[in-house]
Design a protein around this ligand. Structure first.
Ligand code: HEC
Length: 157
């Protein structure tokens, strides 16, 4: 094969795969609620886009990654369940679930830093968010030095 046709071959085969992958969200992993669960995280700033209460779930590979200062092995999966917030006498408590998000370490996802990003409704159906525009741009901006993962081992005390 000449160099030119080799490059053409690489373009035709590799690029569309990445493009196709970016558009597909896998089903939510079953049993993630049995993974390691983070402390309760409350954001009661009404102006914040994270206004609400959330918990992070990490599978055993992801826990290895957190323990290694955010260097995550291939296959690591991290999920957030996000809830609406309700004021009560004892402070803010969670009400209905409103969103679930998944990051899964997948080296084929070149355009999103080697992670698959997917968003789901409270019922666990893919919400069709764009992994680059709706997810990666923010994670890249502020968590690039931490393997694109904001949270750390301290969240799993
Ligand atoms: C505007 C910025 C922003 C956008 C957009 C965003 N995230 Fe995040 N994400 C964060 C921050 C900040 C945290 C840390 C939350 C915490 O520490 O409790 C986070 C945490 C996460 C986590 C837990 C692992 C980690 O990084 O701590 C997952 C999984 C996640 N986001 C997935 C997604 C997905 C999927 C999308 C798109 C549908 C998305 N995020 C969009 C800022 C963002």
């Amino acid at each position: 094969m000449t160099m030119k046709s080799l490059i053409l071959f690489a373009c035709l085969t590799l690029l569309p795969i990445d493009h196709l992958l970016a558009a597909t969200a896998p089903p939510l992993p079953k049993g993630y609620q049995n993974w390691k669960k983070s402390v309760r995280k409350v954001d009661d700033n009404k102006k914040s886009i994270f206004y609400g209460i959330h918990y992070i779930y990490a599978d055993s590979k992801a826990m290895q990654g957190y323990r290694a200062n955010n260097r995550f092995p291939e296959g690591s999966r991290i999920i957030i369940e996000h809830f609406n917030i309700k004021e009560s006498q004892n402070g803010p408590v969670e009400s209905s679930k409103n969103m679930v998000v998944l990051m899964q370490k997948d080296k084929r996802r070149i355009t999103t830093g080697g992670w698959l990003y997917a968003g789901y409704t409270a019922q666990g159906k893919p919400s069709g968010l764009d992994p680059v525009k709706n997810c990666f741009e923010c994670h890249q901006k502020d968590a690039a030095g931490r393997d694109y993962v904001f949270s750390g081992i301290a969240d799993f005390k």
